[in-house]
Design a protein. Structure first.
Length: 278
């Protein structure tokens, strides 16, 4: 019951932070709408104003009476989740951390400290690629058909692009975590490197709606660079494990690190004490 009460308190604090962030999103909703609509407004006028309405160049349409209100509410809630991310991520961490070992906490620090910047970089890339995708999607409209871009469909497209790019940039982090968990070694990664890079380009080609190479490369090239950086980490970590295994036979690298030993200060008595206390 104590853990349930703590979980309840953590969830209430996280929800309160999201509510406060949503209120801020509602206050600045006009700026958020302009920011989100900017990629659409960068398109040629004949694509954003198919009805040739005088004085309107990049309007989005609301077919329903309540659609403008619901659109702003959805946007405010999404902004609230983003604005309050440090708070609700801390609440999640504060609930989980007491049950983790020192090694697991270090992995969690690595995950949180790396996942957020990588997702943000991917979202920025998606924002610049949105115009290319919109240009293609609207440019392939057959003659006799006029696209009617509603606010709901545009919001769904924007959120999908942000999530696709953001999650794609988490791929190197997954590789690192698999190596830390002893699931993926550098030898195995090197064997599948070409296939991984090929699949990254295939995914980028499928995930980006625009067929031009710029949008695909905007997603694929950074992902490949990050994957190669992850490979360097995997290679260095495997070499460290091999070196520690030679210096301290019978002990795992995690045990060696947990006890604060190194090759210069540890004695045979230290190793005997660890072996006896296992």
């Amino acid at each position: 019951m104590e853990h349930i009460r703590e979980l309840r308190n953590r969830i209430l604090k996280a929800l309160l932070a999201v509510v406060v962030g949503s209120v801020l999103g509602w206050i600045f909703r006009e700026h958020l709408v302009d920011f989100l609509r900017s990629p659409y407004c960068r398109l040629p006028r004949h694509l954003t104003n198919p009805f040739e309405i005088k004085g309107h160049s990049c309007n989005l349409y609301a077919p329903g009476l309540f659609d403008p209100l619901f659109f702003q509410l959805k946007l405010a809630i999404a902004a609230g989740i983003v604005f309050s991310a440090p708070v609700w991520m801390y609440q999640l961490w504060a609930f989980v951390a007491p049950g983790l070992h020192a090694r697991e906490r270090r992995w969690s620090y690595l995950f949180i400290g790396t996942a957020v910047p990588l997702f943000a970089i991917g979202a920025v890339m998606a924002y610049f690629a949105m115009s290319k995708g919109l240009r293609f999607l609207l440019g392939v409209t057959p003659s006799g058909i006029t696209p009617w871009i509603t606010i709901d469909s545009y919001l769904s497209y924007a959120m999908a692009m942000l999530l696709i790019f953001g999650l794609s940039f988490e791929l190197p982090l997954v590789v690192v975590l698999l190596n830390l968990a002893r699931v993926l070694t550098h030898q195995r990664f090197r064997k599948w490197r070409r296939m991984i890079i090929f699949l990254v380009f295939v995914f980028a080609a499928v995930a980006t709606p625009s067929p031009d190479p710029f949008s695909m490369l905007l997603l694929a090239v950074p992902c490949v660079v990050l994957v190669e950086a992850a490979e360097v980490f995997v290679w260095l970590n495997d070499r460290r494990r091999a070196r520690l295994g030679t210096v301290y036979p019978g002990l795992t690298p995690e045990e060696i690190t947990e006890y604060g030993l190194d090759s210069e200060t540890a004695t045979s008595a230290d190793l005997d004490d660890i072996e006896a206390g296992r």
